[in-house]
Design a protein. Structure first.
Length: 246
């Protein structure tokens, strides 16, 4: 199996995992930078993630133009992916989702921060991109490169960002990494809401991870950990784990 075949199969598995774990429903998408051309990326046609097959995956330029002019209808928000790949050469995969537990943090001003060690990979603190700040009243969908680039600027060098009234965007060094962070972003948001409920009327504050703890945990993340989680999630979603391709 060559690198392109490997990535195409990873994208199918990623979509199935994210659907099975409740990170996406009928909406949301995951992409990968093209392994042979870093100025292109691979993303499914507009279809529910749980239904995506290898034949649904389309190659796009960073501007969101399909290489195959006869390609089926794309996701409107493909510009999220192209703008991030344009701004972040090290990023190899992008997930956009409407993970339910993150939504309240994007509209309340409550900052989402990790306190479970596995959630350290969401970053020191998750910022919120608000489309209204620059683009006024919209559908909240990232419908062109101007909006995508504005989102990418807010994301900066971080792994995650929320989107006000919409969802979240996550980046990774591989498809497996982006899926891993996406799942633990949802876990972290759910746990923080639980902790905030317990904290109400009680003494003391939530003890979040320190910046140093986050950095040490992130530095320790290796392929063994990613593959252990990926195998579990893939099997639960009815997919087999592929051996890595160099």
């Amino acid at each position: 199996m060559n690198r392109l075949d490997f990535i195409l199969e990873e994208l199918v598995t990623a979509n199935r995992i994210l659907a099975n774990e409740g990170i996406v429903d009928s909406f949301g998408h995951v992409s990968a930078r093209h392994p042979d051309n870093p100025q292109h990326y691979l993303l499914s046609r507009a279809r529910a993630p749980e239904r995506i097959e290898r034949s649904d995956i389309v190659e796009y330029t960073l501007e969101g133009e399909a290489i195959d002019k006869k390609a089926p209808a794309p996701y409107m928000e493909r510009f999220i992916h192209g703008a991030i790949y344009e701004a972040r050469p090290e990023v190899q995969a992008v997930v956009h989702n409407h993970s339910p537990s993150v939504i309240p943090f994007g509209v309340t001003g409550k900052r989402l921060r990790p306190f479970l060690h596995m959630c350290a990979h969401i970053g020191h603190e998750v910022p919120t991109w608000d489309s209204r700040d620059k683009f006024g009243d919209t559908t909240l969908l990232v419908s062109d490169m101007a909006m995508g680039r504005d989102l990418a600027r807010l994301l900066g060098a971080q792994p995650t960002t929320l989107m006000r009234g919409h969802g979240a965007t996550v980046v990774g060094r591989s498809v497996r990494h982006a899926v891993f962070v996406s799942i633990y972003l949802e876990v972290g948001a759910k746990l923080q809401m639980q902790a905030m409920t317990m904290q109400a009327g009680a003494m003391g504050d939530i003890k979040f991870l320190s910046a140093g703890e986050i950095d040490k945990i992130v530095e320790r993340l290796n392929d063994y950990t990613l593959n252990r989680a990926w195998e579990n999630w893939a099997r639960r979603a009815g997919r087999q784990m592929q051996a890595a391709v160099d």
